[in-house]
Design a protein around this ligand. Structure first.
Ligand SMILES: NC(=O)c1ccc[n+]([C@@H]2O[C@H](COP(=O)([O-])OP(=O)(O)OC[C@H]3O[C@@H](n4cnc5c(N)ncnc54)[C@H](OP(=O)(O)O)[C@@H]3O)[C@@H](O)[C@H]2O)c1
Length: 287
């Protein structure tokens, strides 16, 4: 039995128990998620602090940098604590302009899984998300060939569990006909609520929903209602946004990103904020 004092407690992804408060490592690469960070020691310190705080779920991708974030994780945290689960994603590459072109043919996916294993310094990846769509959001495309290729790699013992990311409701359903899906990682926060029905359906089916951009991503969440609830509770808008997500549904796992140890500590402390039914109603009206 794994216990935690982190806000939200734990969730089980397949057979892996993780803290619902996790950490998203994308912001550790350089500007535009390309190249090395300006403050390399600072980036390593954030990763070590995440583990010291008791976080057991780190989200990454070999496309961050590319390769930069995974190598930082390896350097900061290997040998990995037994209870730490690094979740990665495949399905997009980087081009010289910093774009994220799709790369989902079976040979590219196999290469991406090998790159993740090597750069993270692992023999098996705990959880791999198939990243669909593009930077503009989910797109209606078939997933059978790509998700089937990952299911083959899972059968070969290179991956423990599978998920999908940036996916439509139909793609989630299609993937589930091919292999078990333990999580869906899509864009969702107080102001972007397209997945409300999907979250409830996944919760009923015991599948995690992992919102990316929980704090608004590259453009921090801004809303008069959020500021007003935060002021009333004497809390920061970031704390309120994270606490709202944790209280929105038990299958929501947080992976807020930061390149700052101080912000990481602030976010962990803030996500435990208790919101009243009135606060929640006011915040839920934002989306
Ligand atoms: N599946 C996908 O397609 C996909 C797409 C995007 C992201 N992701 C994943 O989702 C994770 C989270 O997304 P994200 O990191 O882009 O966005 P986010 O978590 O919504 O927001 C991160 C931003 O908020 C700032 N921030 C964090 N805590 C703060 C605080 N207490 N006070 C003030 N500012 C604060 C950070 O700046 P500082 O560094 O200054 O703290 C950073 O600029 C990523 O790390 C990545 O793992 C997945």
């Amino acid at each position: 039995m794994v216990s935690t004092s982190l806000p939200g407690g734990t969730w089980t992804l397949g057979d892996l128990t993780v803290t619902r408060f996790g950490y998203g490592a994308m912001q550790l690469a350089g500007p535009g998620v390309m190249g090395p960070p300006a403050d390399r020691e600072g980036a390593l310190a954030v990763l070590r602090e995440a583990v010291d705080l008791g976080i057991t779920h780190i989200d990454t991708a070999d496309a961050y940098g590319p390769h930069v974030t995974n190598r930082l994780i390896r350097e900061a945290l290997r040998p990995y604590p037994q209870d730490l689960h690094v979740v990665t994603k495949v399905g997009a590459n980087r081009d010289e302009k910093g774009g994220w072109p799709p790369s989902r043919d079976p040979a590219s996916l196999r290469r991406a899984v090998r790159d993740n294993l090597e750069n993270l310094g692992l023999d098996v990846l705990d959880l791999v998300n198939l990243r669909l769509g593009d930077a503009g959001g989910p797109r209606p495309e078939p997933v059978a060939e790509a998700f089937g290729a990952l299911a083959d790699l899972q059968q070969e013992g290179l991956i423990r569990h599978l998920g999908v990311s940036n996916a439509t409701v139909a793609q989630v359903a299609e993937a589930r006909t091919i292999a078990p899906v333990v999580c869906v990682q899509n864009m969702y926060n107080l102001a972007h609520r397209h997945d409300d029905d999907l979250i409830d359906k996944l919760a009923a089916d015991g599948i995690a929903y992992v919102p990316f951009f929980p704090l608004g991503g590259f453009s921090p969440l801004q809303s008069a209602a959020l500021s007003s609830v935060a002021a009333r509770l004497d809390a920061t808008p970031m704390s309120v946004a994270l606490a709202w997500l944790l209280q929105r549904s038990p299958n929501i796992l947080l992976i807020p990103g930061t390149s700052s140890v101080a912000h990481l500590r602030e976010n962990v402390a803030g996500a435990g904020l208790a919101l009243s039914p009135e606060d929640i109603d006011e915040l839920s009206a934002i989306g």
